[in-house]
Structures are given as C-alpha cells and as structure tokens.
Design a protein around this ligand. Structure first.
Ligand code: AMP
Ligand code: ZN
Length: 469
C-alpha cells in the first residue's frame, strides 16, 4: 500500500481510493502559449510516475489533464490570480496569429513533448475554451449559493463565505490581509476575492457571452468545472507544481466545495520547482531550456527522465549539465545491463532479483522515493554484471521481466536493440523530409507503408520514434 505526502494535512498518508480499484486523478495541465520548459516537464513526469506507481499496484487510473487555452490572467510573479496581462493574447498580437492558432500550435507541441518523454497520455485533455458553458453554470451556482457576487459585469468569489479558505496553503485570511501584495480591482469586496468571470475590455480578443457580460473566465474556475465534468465531485488525487498551492488550488477547493458541499480532492500532491542557477526556471523570466535544447547537446529524452528520477519530487532541483551527464551514465548502465541480460543464454535457475524488486517497489510506494529506488536499481545492475562476469547462474528470464517492470514503472523507454532494417530506415528518412516540406499527405502515406511492414512510427518534438509493432 502506498503512502503519499498530502499537502492537505501536510503529512504522509496511506492512499486508499474512494472506489475500490479505481483512481480518479486530475493534473493541472499546460497553459499553451509557449514551449514547455524543463521545469514544466519535471511536473508532468512526476504525475506520470505517480500514475505508473499506482498502476503497478494494480489500480485502474483515470487521468484528466486540462489544456488552458484561454490566456492566463496571472504573471508568475503575481500572487493573486486575477491581475496581470493576458500572456496568450500578448503573444498572439506579437506573432500576428489568432490566440486559438497559438494555442493549437503549442498544444500540439506539448503532446509531442509528452510522447518523447514517454509520458502516458491522459485519458482526456479537456480544453478550457470548449467548456465555457460548464464554467458559466458553476459560476451561477456559486452566486445562487451566496459564494460569489457580480459587479459591473465581473463576478468574484467572496472568500469570506468559505470558512476553510486557506487550509491547503496555510494562508489564512487574517495573515493574508496583513501581508497583502495584490492588485486592487475596484469591484472587489475583499482584497483576496478572486475573479470567476471578467468583462472583456475593449480590444480583448477572446470573449464569450454570459449572463453578466461579454467576457472570459478567471483562471481557477476551469479546473473546478472540468474536473467535475470528467471525474465527478470528489477526486482521489490532484497534482500540480508548488506554485499551484496558492492561489490556484486554494481557489479550486473553494469553488468546487462551494458548489457541491463535498470534499473536492482527497489528496493534493505538489512537485517542487526546478531551479536554474538558483532561480526558478520560468517562461516569464525567459531563463529556460526546452527538450530540444537538451537533445541538441547530445542527450536523449530518457536522460532527462533519469535526471528527474535522481531527485525526490518534494525537493527543489537545480538543473546542471553535469547532473544531466551523470544521469545519462546511469541510464546507460541500466540499458547495458538489460541488453546484456537479453543476450545471455537462457537459464532458469539462480539469482532472480526478487528481493531487489521488492525494495524498489517499497521505495516508490513510500511517497515516490525515486532516488532511493534508483540506488537499488543501480545496485541490482552491479550485482547482475558481477555475476555475469563470474559466469554464475542467473534466472535470466525472470530478470528480464524484472527489468520490464522497472522500465514500465519508471517510464523508461528501451533503446532500439536491433537496428532497423534498411528498408524502414529509408522510409523513415523519406518521411522526415516530407515533414520538413510540410507534405503531410506523403508523410501519412509513408507512415502507412512503414506500418504495413510491421513498424510503428510516432512523432515527437525530437523526431520520429520507430518501433516494432
Ligand atoms: P504552466 O504551463 O506555466 O501552467 O506550468 C505547467 C506546470 O509546470 C505546472 O504544474 C507548474 O506548476 C509547473 N512548473 C512551472 N514552473 C516550474 C518549475 N520551474 N519547476 C517545476 N515545475 C514547474
Ligand atoms: Zn488547475
């Protein structure tokens, strides 16, 4: 049975889902106005590992990850969610594209990045702009229940009506008032009220009609509306980055529980930030690397995954190239051992690695202790290699299976063991050119040809991945 550190309660708690055998999991997904950076990727890999550990335990996990394709209302540096410029719209104006074109472009990019990182796709990726009606309905309920008020076409959540506001973050209203650092809005009753709906100012590109004004939703409401739509009133697990604890998740709790009177999420897990030169890696600061930057320097997506595994998700992590090259070495050790095993002659008796696998699983189930799991894995590799060198007998079939389990639970991809046949390589090259020429019809035909020969091709942000079907 797994234990996870729950931000609600701030301690490790035994995880048992609401419905036996099934886990409903909501992940705050990307704001699609820019490339995902290594910090963002860390957040998505963390949620992926959490899901994989639960699946390894035998649960059926349903994962929903939203796509924020309405411009965020916040700058990373602002603490309150309803002030600041609308980044997606600013970018659209700069690039002379419509906000929806921008959003689709970066959404596509996001999926390609997830594939390259071997992140299991969510069961559904709801888009905020496709759920404006659900959002409006929820705001109406909040107004009817006295949690929200309208003023001049804007609607705000009155935080004083929700007695447990601040429980998740520890930011109780008394303290908040004292250290208030937020932008005023003339229509707000209390400084810490947050926007549910805002009237679109002149020139604002994205807007919808609503009972209050032609406008757009606040940033927090989409997650409450969409999680309810796809996972029901109570989630088992909600994840996000540490920057989400306040105000975003605090606001989600107030909105969802203010609507249903039921517990919104039983567990909240938050991944700490990735730093670069001691500073938070962020889109608004521009101090970030993308997956492509890393591949350009000769690393693989799986080296980056290995780097993440080396640090616990609740510890801050500083990105350095040295650490990445150490991660690459570790991945090579693992991969070389796996390949050595699969080349070894079949043996049925001897060392099986069962106790080692148990230790690895125990580490992962203890609040996803990936660094400890990794230590055990590297020790296992050492033991296997020593035994192979000494010609000792190993249960190779069993050990290959152990490696498969380890790769699956950590989301590591095996490198292509056998070289691809020349025929396939030629088709893949041709397809690469077709994609560069934006000849997508030809690219699709070539994919089918490759498929007919028994190979599956996937497009990622770092190129095509080809595997035997
Ligand atoms: P965004 O697309 O900006 O909404 O961020 C996507 C995800 O990445 C969220 O879960 C954030 O909390 C997370 N995130 C943003 N910056 C970092 C960082 N430097 N390190 C780790 N996670 C981050
Ligand atoms: Zn969210």
């Amino acid at each position: 049975m797994a234990v996870f550190y729950n931000t609600l309660g701030k301690n490790k708690q035994v995880f048992v889902p609401l419905n036996p055998g099934k886990v409903g999991m909501y992940v705050c997904g990307p704001t699609v106005y820019d490339y995902a950076h290594v910090g963002n990727i860390r957040a998505y890999v963390f949620s992926d590992i959490l899901r994989r550990v639960l699946e390894d335990e035998g649960y059926e996990v349903r994962m929903i990850k939203n796509i924020t394709d309405v411009g965020h209302l916040t700058n990373d540096d602002l603490v309150q969610g309803d002030s600041g410029e609308d980044k997606m719209i600013t970018k659209a104006l700069k690039e002379k594209k419509t906000p929806l074109e921008i959003a689709l472009f970066y959404e596509d990019y996001f999926h390609g990045m997830e594939k390259a990182m071997n992140i299991l796709p969510a069961h559904y990726f709801p888009r905020a702009t496709k759920h404006i009606q659900e959002i409006i309905r929820m705001i109406e309920t909040l107004i009817a229940r006295g949690h929200a008020y309208e003023a001049n076409g804007n609607v705000f959540y009155d935080v004083t009506t929700f007695s447990t506001y601040g429980n998740l973050s520890g930011n109780k209203l008394e303290n908040l008032q004292a250290g208030a650092r937020l932008e005023e809005h003339p229509d707000k009753r209390n400084a810490w009220d947050f926007a549910l709906w805002l009237k679109a100012p002149e020139g604002h590109i994205m807007h919808w009609s609503s009972p209050w004004s032609e406008g757009y939703p606040g940033w927090h409401i989409e997650c409450s509306a969409m999680s309810q739509e796809y996972l029901g009133d109570t989630l088992d697990i909600h994840t996000g980055g540490e920057d989400h604890i306040f105000p975003h998740h605090e606001a989600e709790i107030a909105q969802s529980e203010g609507t249903t009177d039921k517990l919104f999420s039983r567990f909240f897990l938050h991944v700490r930030h990735m730093l670069i030169d001691g500073e938070k890696m962020s889109k608004s600061k521009g101090n970030f690397y993308t997956l492509e930057d890393i591949v350009e320097k000769g690393y693989e997506a799986m080296d980056l995954r290995m780097l993440f595994l080396g640090a616990h998700y609740r510890s801050q992590m500083n990105f350095t190239w040295d650490a990445l090259s150490q991660a690459k070495k570790n991945r090579e050790t693992l991969e070389n051992t796996r390949q050595r095993l699969s080349r070894a002659s079949i043996q049925a008796a001897g060392f099986r690695g069962d106790a080692e696998l148990l230790k690895i699983r125990e580490a992962l189930q203890d609040d996803l202790n990936t660094p400890l799991a990794l230590t055990h894995i590297l020790e296992l590799c050492k033991t296997i290699n020593t035994k192979l060198d000494a010609g000792e007998s190993l249960d190779t079939a069993r050990l290959i299976l152990v490696f498969q389990i380890i790769y699956t639970v950590l989301g590591l991809r095996e490198s292509n063991e056998e070289a691809l046949p020349e025929e396939i390589v030629a088709l893949v090259e041709k397809r690469k050119q077709a994609r560069l020429d934006k000849d997508f019809a030809l690219s699709d035909t070539l994919r089918d040809e490759i498929g007919a020969l028994g190979y599956k091709v996937e497009d990622t942000t770092t190129g095509q991945i080809v595997n035997k079907k």
